[in-house]
Ligand binder design. Structure first.
Ligand code: GCW
Length: 722
């Protein structure tokens, strides 16, 4: 062949761009992409050569299919799977005492410390044969251990982490889907609900199984299928049959199903005249209804309830307390082992007191009156999932009740479906907050994991960001927040950094360039959103109703749904005085917190305007006027958004086109909207400060009126039907 022709063809081959496999994000972090490192591939293939799956594992099909999928996709290998140990066995996956190697004293001792969902991974040797072992006390533990092993392989681990002993710190680790039966998702930004109620129970989408896999891979063991602004219809027989079909799919993955219970259901679907929890026929109705559910779903988790909040019906409609309402449901569920999660997100329509105080006002007097199988589900902050809130004062204020933490994974107030905001730092900020309620070290994490009050039930919930978008979460990086919620629910001591790295390695790859660059984008991203939206303790200044974009001027509807109620900007200054000279919300915290946050010298600046109304000329710790400091913070937020965008663009050659382009486009949106927030908020607040913008920042563009006149009637994330 002529040399010239050969060079030409070779050149063609060399210049064919290295086509990465197209990826649409559907596989989430469970991509099991091919292990390119030959040495590791060989090591892993050796581990997965022949797997003994002890017979007693009731979910063995699920474990078998996961291992086979992982081996096939990562290693192009088909493991031998047996139910007895053979001379080829390389990996044993089993539960306590079900095979000789798991009956050793040492193994039994280890397993005795790991509880129902824990697992142990190690290499053990027996008569000169080395085995990898995943040992657990139950099938769920064995599955969690299996996902841990595949996660280590996808992350190109050299297994120096071994031995691994894991058990969850919190019992109920639950996603709350604010999904409506018409498949709209309240505050959802990833399309419609994945629950196709109309085709259930007959059609089981593969997506339902992948949903269960994804949750099991991070240890989530519960899912509330329906919106807390509840629809009684889901409790009718025809829907219970549909719910059963999902519960049957999820069960082998250790995922329990819960439903939201609309308090007025006995009237709406039961034909009764009242829903008063003290009326015998109402109690009987709920008992019969619960028994009916358990007939179809023997491991039904229980009910999540939003009552007497934002117009939802509840016991107070009959002058009964939250405790009377919750205990009625709890009594119906108790014989079946079910729980009630009763939400403390309450604030009165009449706005009688600072909204931040009203949950404590209503619930602290009821402490100790709730049945053992009732948990009070409390948002991380006292207002409403803001980019930053001090921890909710209810944590530590109800020592005789079981409190569950409710976090928001969907980004209702953090850029909705287009802003990259990695939320593990927000979750950790709350979890690690010291409430001082039983002295130093009484963290929110230790309250909800039962360490402080030894609760029988412990729980953590995340409001889901999942929809039927191909990539599940709309923004690809929304997947990181689903993942982070699961990992922190399992172990709240994990760091945001470690969780980010785990997710990046499984989602994008293991090169230092990918890991370092994407970590550099993710870790500061939540702070960036705080800075360009609500710096220094500002809060609740978003667009009206849809909550999209800035709205510091919003002044319509009930006072505590406006923005002015929260920033209270006027010529004298800005901020909400929650000290003794104001609403005194601080009195609901422990004295140590009250003292620290009341004192301007010690109050963390990130909470300054949450607790104080300060003059525009107040001097901050950096020596700036408050006005200039706010301008610098907004400007820093914009710079951070620009930097995130630029860092991502440098990764074009490292990431498949579809996922790269989507994130690049969304980071452009985020950069533009960060400027929008800065311009709108600073132009609005300048009306009150009367002070010039610092010369050393980019000057806010445009006219305030332009921003105030923007309308978004079709902003995403269906709004509540009040
Ligand atoms: O954040 C607010 C949302 C409502 C939500 C409510 C709640 C489900 O704007 O859409 O209703 O909180 O937590 O109940």
């Amino acid at each position: 062949m002529k040399i010239a022709k050969l060079i030409f063809i070779t050149g063609l081959i060399l210049f064919i761009p290295f086509q990465m496999k197209a990826e649409d994000g559907y596989k989430l972090w469970l991509r099991y992409s091919k292990i390119s490192d030959k040495v590791l591939a060989e090591k892993y293939s050796g581990i997965l050569k022949s797997i003994c799956l002890t017979k007693e594992i009731s979910n063995s099909d699920v474990i078998k299919s996961e291992i086979e999928l992982a081996a096939h996709d990562m290693l192009a290998h088909a493991p031998e799977i047996t139910s007895e140990i053979t001379e080829n066995t390389s990996l044993i996956i089993g539960i306590k005492g079900k095979c000789d190697l798991l009956k050793t004293k040492n193994m039994e001792q280890i397993l005795s410390t790991l509880g129902d969902e824990g697992y142990y991974i190690d290499q053990i040797s027996d008569k000169k044969t080395n085995y990898f072992v995943i040992a657990a006390n139950t099938p769920a533990g064995a599955l969690y251990g299996t996902f841990h092993l595949t996660r280590l392989m996808q992350s190109c681990s050299d297994f120096t982490e071994l031995p691994v002993s894991e058990s969850p710190k919190i019992k109920h680790r639950i996603l709350n889907h604010w999904d409506n039966l018409d498949r709209t998702v309240e505050r959802g930004y990833a399309g419609f609900s994945i629950w196709d109620w109309h085709r259930l129970p007959n059609h089981i989408y593969p997506r339902y199984i992948d949903y269960a896999r994804a949750n099991a891979s991070v240890g989530i063991n519960g899912t509330v299928l329906t919106n807390v602004n509840a629809n009684a219809f889901v409790l009718t027989p025809q829907y219970i049959e549909k719910v059963k079909a999902l519960a049957d799919v999820f069960r082998p993955y250790g995922l329990k199903v819960y439903l939201t219970a609309r308090f007025s259901s006995p009237i709406e679907i039961g034909g009764l005249k009242t829903a008063d929890p003290t009326v015998a026929e109402v109690k009987q109705w709920w008992k019969d209804k619960v028994d009916e559910i358990y007939e179809s779903i023997p491991d039904f988790g229980g009910f999540l309830v939003k009552a007497n909040s934002e117009g939802q019906p509840g016991p107070q409609n009959y002058d009964r307390s939250h405790a009377e309402g919750a205990n009625m449901l709890a009594e119906a569920l108790a014989p079946h082992g079910g729980i009630v999660m009763w939400r403390a997100f309450v604030y009165s329509h009449e706005a009688p007191d600072d909204r931040a105080k009203q949950a404590n006002n209503e619930f602290v007097p009821l402490d100790g009156q709730f049945n053992d199988n009732v948990m009070i589900q409390v948002k991380n902050g006292a207002i409403d999932f803001q980019p930053r809130e001090p921890f909710h004062p209810l944590f530590g204020s109800m020592p005789n009740s079981s409190l569950a933490l409710e976090l928001q994974i969907t980004q209702e107030y953090l850029g909705q479906g287009t802003h990259l905001a990695y939320l593990a730092p927000l979750y950790k900020e709350c979890l690690d907050s010291d409430t001082y309620k039983t002295g130093k070290g009484t963290t929110v994490a230790k309250i909800i994991d039962g360490t402080i009050y030894q609760n029988e039930h412990t729980a953590i919930a995340g409001v889901s960001n999942i929809g039927n978008d191909k990539n599940w979460t709309g923004h690809l990086f929304g997947q990181a927040n689903w993942y982070a919620f699961g990992r922190l629910a399992w172990n709240h001591n994990l760091s945001s950094e470690l969780i980010a790295e785990e997710w990046i390695r499984q989602t994008f790859g293991n090169t230092p360039r990918l890991v370092n660059s994407i970590t550099e984008i993710m870790l500061p991203s939540r702070e960036a959103v705080v800075n360009y939206m609500t710096p220094m303790g500002l809060h609740h200044i978003m667009g009206w109703d849809h909550h999209y974009g800035p709205g510091p001027w919003v002044n319509i509807g009930r006072p505590d749904w406006t923005s002015l109620y929260y920033h209270q900007a006027d010529s004298s200054g800005i901020g909400f005085d929650r000290t003794a000279t104001g609403s005194d919300a601080l009195c609901q915290y422990a004295p140590e917190i009250e003292k620290e946050y009341s004192n301007l010298e010690t109050c963390p600046e990130k909470f300054l305007l949450w607790f104080h109304h300060l003059p525009w000329g107040y001097t901050t710790k950096a020596g700036n006027t408050l006005w200039n400091e706010l301008c610098y913070k907004y400007n820093t937020g914009v710079r951070s958004a620009e930097s995130m965008h630029q860092t991502w663009l440098k990764l074009q050659s490292d990431i498949d086109a579809e996922r790269f382009n989507q994130v690049a486009d969304f980071l452009m949106i985020q950069e533009n909207e960060a400027k929008w927030w800065r311009n709108a908020c600073l132009l609005y607040f300048q009306q009150f400060s009367g002070m010039p913008f610092p010369e050393d920042i980019e000057q806010p563009e445009g006219e305030l009126e332009y921003y105030q006149n923007l309308k978004f009637p079709y902003a995403p994330g269906i709004k509540p039907s009040w």
